[in-house]
Design a protein around this ligand. Structure first.
Ligand code: 3NM
Length: 210
């Protein structure tokens, strides 16, 4: 069952407090929304839980007001608490089948995958609604070895579920990702580190309506 809430095509925004030059996650999301981004993941690796709940709750309301899909990274409990549209988990987090038991049938589950094997396994699991495919290029935002364009090509050909290409993607190389057939792309440092988050979001988002 993969027709829960639709995963919008285009840029998939992610917060990244270490890269936003002191600007708050809330501000970054406001700017992304101004730039036309339709799905946002709250990712805060360095904050304590109480702070994360507060921030996630505020950003959730902002997204709701603007019709933007809101996903919480890692924390199933926070996703439930703030009534997020879904949760994004990694390979070492709780299994998607267990996450489904906790969050029920209507919420989105996203899973990071870093190999063809992980991608195929996720594709075969109806509890996974979309996957992350990456890191495509080297990145300092996450400590994972790049998979290159090979896995992206594999995903386009073999994995018939929504996927988000991620990792080391910048304004200067995103065209190569879109040309391979990616319909959803995530850039963390490039967006939250930009001087104008709304301007770069708009510029990148427009690439999907060309
Ligand atoms: N997940 P940047 S790569 C959060 O491969 C994240 O699952 C990845 O940041 C994955 O756009 C990554 O700054 C970091 O490279 C992406």
């Amino acid at each position: 069952m993969r027709n829960r809430i639709e995963i919008p095509k285009g840029i998939y925004g992610i917060t990244g407090d270490n890269f936003s030059n002191g600007r708050s996650n809330y501000f970054c999301v406001e700017e992304m929304i101004k730039g036309g981004i339709k799905i946002v993941q709250y990712r805060a690796k360095t904050k304590d839980t109480r702070e994360k709940v507060k921030e996630a709750r505020e950003i959730r309301e902002l997204c709701r007001k603007n019709g933007v899909v809101f996903i919480v990274n890692d924390n199933v409990d926070i996703a439930l608490l703030v009534d997020a549209d879904g949760v994004h988990i990694g390979q070492e987090d709780m299994h998607p089948d267990d996450v489904r038991k906790l969050i029920g049938d209507n919420k989105i589950i996203g899973l990071s995958t870093h190999s063809e094997k992980q991608g195929m396994e996720a594709y075969k699991n109806p509890n996974v609604d979309y996957i992350g495919v990456g890191p495509i290029f080297p990145t300092t935002t996450k400590d994972t070895t790049p998979v290159g364009l090979g896995y992206l090509e594999y995903a386009v050909k073999n994995l018939n579920l929504p996927f988000v290409a991620i990792g080391g993607i910048k304004a200067h190389n995103i065209d190569s990702i879109i040309a391979k057939g990616a319909q959803r792309v995530s850039l963390v440092s490039e967006i939250v580190g930009a001087e104008s988050i709304s301007k770069i979001s708009k510029k990148l988002q427009e690439k999907f309506s060309e």
